[in-house]
Design a protein. Structure first.
Length: 300
């Protein structure tokens, strides 16, 4: 099935789920003709979601200046230095990379922590977080998963002696990679483990050179569920990376309607939806602006 069809089906479900909340972004015009500077990080998912934010704000009558494709290492600085007004961020990134705090695995606790600390330290508000979680994960070929009855990382660990692992090198040594897994799940005694370039892992899996690999949980290829299965982290090794808008307090004070507009976008996004949007760009090679417009048109 084409990923475009998947998006339409997912969007229809998302729309049905949030219609009662009134997903259309106010429908009127913004007060004061304020220009909102919408930023993004420099990868597909952030570009698509920030464009959806921009479209929703424009639909509500705001003028929008797009300041997208900012390096992840500096986008937070751009926000607190008043170079942008808002952008999509991840709760786990806020907790670990920006705040430099200890790891927490409960999604609500992570969100409460970053919301409180950003307000205290930066005068920045975290709006509602979405169900979309772009975190660390493990992927396995669907045919292998079905053959061996694998759906969780616990299952994977049990069957590791039968499986060939496609590592990305640093995953084996990084504290939050294989060592973190083995601390919770036990040793992964792979049948074999070879290092591959991260950009080739899905090709390696499809070609039958390996059975499982590290992955991020919203990578576009994961939309092809007949080929790839994302395993459940049943012992919650990894922190959640839920997607949410972060907005300068002074911007919200002048434009309080922004919160409602963007919260309704967050309500429509879950992991499958964002994965399908990524697939449209990264697998089907469509322009991210077109993909964002198509999705927003189905939910506004």
């Amino acid at each position: 099935m084409k990923t475009q069809n998947r998006i339409k089906k997912i969007a229809a479900l998302a729309l049905a789920g949030v219609m009662a909340a009134g997903l259309t972004a106010c429908g009127g015009s913004a007060s004061g003709g304020e220009t909102i500077r919408v930023g993004s990080k420099d990868f597909t998912e952030s570009l698509v979601v920030s464009e959806i934010y921009a479209l929703a704000l424009e639909n509500a009558g705001y003028k929008v200046e797009r300041k997208q494709d900012i390096a992840g290492s500096v986008v937070h600085t751009s926000l607190i230095n008043n170079e942008i007004d808002l952008y999509p961020e991840y709760t786990g990134t806020g907790l670990l990379s920006i705040l430099q705090m200890d790891m927490i695995t409960d999604p609500e606790e992570v969100y409460r922590t970053v919301k409180d600390e950003y307000e205290k330290r930066f005068s920045v508000t975290w709006l509602d977080y979405s169900k979309a979680n772009d975190g660390q994960g493990l992927v396995i070929r669907t045919d292998v998963a079905k053959q061996l009855g694998i759906s969780t990382i616990s299952d994977l660990q049990e069957h590791a002696p039968e499986l060939r692992f496609a590592s990305q090198g640093e995953f084996d040594a990084r504290e939050d990679g294989l060592p973190a897994l083995e601390n919770k799940y036990g040793t992964f005694d792979w049948k074999s483990s070879r290092v591959y370039d991260g950009g080739l892992k899905y090709e390696v899996l499809l070609n039958g050179e390996a059975d499982a690999a590290p992955a991020y949980t919203t990578e576009g290829q994961l939309a092809e569920k007949d080929k790839f299965m994302l395993l459940e982290d049943d012992k919650q090794v990894w922190p959640p990376y839920n997607l949410a808008p972060v907005v300068r307090d002074d911007t919200l004070a002048k434009n309080p309607e922004i919160a409602d507009i963007l919260n309704k976008i967050s309500a429509s996004l879950d992991t499958d939806t964002v994965t399908a949007l990524n697939a449209e760009v990264d697998v089907d090679k469509r322009e991210y602006e077109e993909v964002a417009r198509e999705y927003y048109d189905t939910i506004k």
